[in-house]
Ligand binder design. Structure first.
Ligand code: PAF
Length: 281
C-alpha cells in the first residue's frame, strides 16, 4: 500500500523508522507531471533501495517571475498511480507553506556553478533547486537520491551541494529517456504544438551530430559547437539559448572533448524552453 505524506515531520518519522529497521531509503525528487523519464528514476530507486519515497512538489523558488510556475502541469492523481504502479511505497506531497514556512529566509547557494548554463538564463533557478533539494535531503536523509541526466547542469549543482554540505546521500544519475523520434522527455513537452514538437527535434539532432563527430575523432570544442549550431540553423524558428561543451563537474567551458565532458544545448521552441545533452564517451 502506498502512503501519501504531507508534512516534513511525517516523512522524517517514516525515514527514521526505516533506518532503525536497517532498511535503505531512496528518494526521487520530482515536480510531478510524471512521465516515463520519472518512471525510470523510480525503477532505478526500487531496484536498489528497500523503500522509495517520491516527492511531488512544484517548487516556487526555482521559477523566475515571468516563468511558468502557475501553469506548470499538475496531475497529482495520475502521478500517484504511476508511483504506486512502479512499486514505490511513499509519495511526499507538501504544501508550499510546509516547505517554506511564513517568513522563510534561508536559502542554499552553490556559488559559481549556479550562474552557468541554465543558471545564466534563469537567474536564481539553481538557488531554488538547491534549497528545495536540501530541505528534502534533510527531511528524508535518504541513502540514495535519484536525478535524470536530462537536467545535467542541475546534477552538477546538486552533486557539488551534496559534497560541500556532507549529506550522507549518494547521488545516482539515470540516463535520458527519449520519445521514439529522439525528443528528450520533459514535463514541458505537453506545451508543444505538433509543429513545435517537430521543430524541437533539432535539439536531439544537434546532440547526435556532436556524438557522431566525437566518435569520428573530432575533439575540438569550437568545431563541435559550430557543427551543432549548423544543425540548429536548419530550424530558424528555434532560438538557441546555449550550445556548450563544458566540464560536467564545474560547468566551466571545455576546449577539448574528453571522456565525461558534457555537451549541452538549450533552446526556445515557441514559448517553451527545452534542454538536451550528452556525456561524451
Ligand atoms: O528536476 C526537477 O524536477 C526539480 O528541479 C527538482 C529536482 C525536483 C527540484 O524541484
Amino acid at each position: 500500500m502506498m502512503r501519501i505524506l504531507h508534512s516534513v515531520s511525517d516523512l522524517r518519522r517514516l525515514a527514521r523508522t526505516h533506518r532503525r529497521d536497517g532498511k535503505t531509503l531512496g528518494l526521487v525528487p520530482t515536480m510531478g507531471a510524471l512521465h516515463a523519464g520519472h518512471a525510470s528514476l523510480i525503477q532505478a530507486a526500487v531496484a536498489s533501495c528497500d523503500k522509495v519515497a517520491v516527492s511531488i512538489f512544484v517548487n516556487p523558488t526555482q521559477f523566475g517571475p515571468n516563468e511558468d510556475f502557475s501553469r506548470y502541469p499538475r496531475s497529482f492523481d495520475a502521478d500517484c498511480a504511476l508511483v504506486s504502479g512502479e512499486g514505490a511505497g511513499v509519495v511526499f506531497a507538501p504544501t508550499v507553506e510546509e516547505l517554506y514556512p511564513e517568513g522563510a529566509a534561508s536559502f542554499v547557494e552553490v556559488e559559481g556553478l549556479s550562474g552557468r548554463l541554465d543558471g545564466a538564463s534563469r537567474p536564481g533557478h539553481f538557488r531554488g533547486v538547491a534549497t528545495v533539494v536540501a530541505k528534502l535531503l534533510l527531511a528524508a536523509e535518504p541513502d540514495r537520491v535519484f536525478f535524470g541526466q536530462k537536467d545535467a547542469a542541475q546534477v552538477a549543482v546538486l552533486r557539488r551541494m551534496v559534497t560541500d554540505l556532507r549529506f550522507p546521500t549518494e547521488v545516482v544519475v539515470c540516463p535520458i529517456i527519449r520519445e521514439p523520434d529522439g525528443l528528450a522527455l520533459s514535463s514541458r513537452n505537453i506545451y508543444l504544438s505538433p509543429e513545435e514538437h517537430r521543430q524541437a527535434l533539432v535539439l536531439s539532432r544537434a546532440v547526435r551530430r556532436v556524438e557522431a563527430l566525437v566518435a569520428k575523432g573530432q575533439r575540438t570544442a569550437s568545431a563541435l559547437v559550430s557543427a551543432a549550431r549548423r544543425i540548429f540553423a536548419a530550424e530558424p524558428e528555434v532560438r538557441i539559448d546555449y550550445v556548450e561543451l563544458v566540464d560536467w563537474a564545474t560547468l566551466e567551458p571545455a576546449e577539448t572533448a574528453l571522456p565525461g565532458t558534457l555537451f549541452a544545448v538549450a533552446a526556445w521552441v515557441g514559448a517553451t524552453r527545452l534542454i538536451d545533452n550528452t556525456i561524451l564517451a
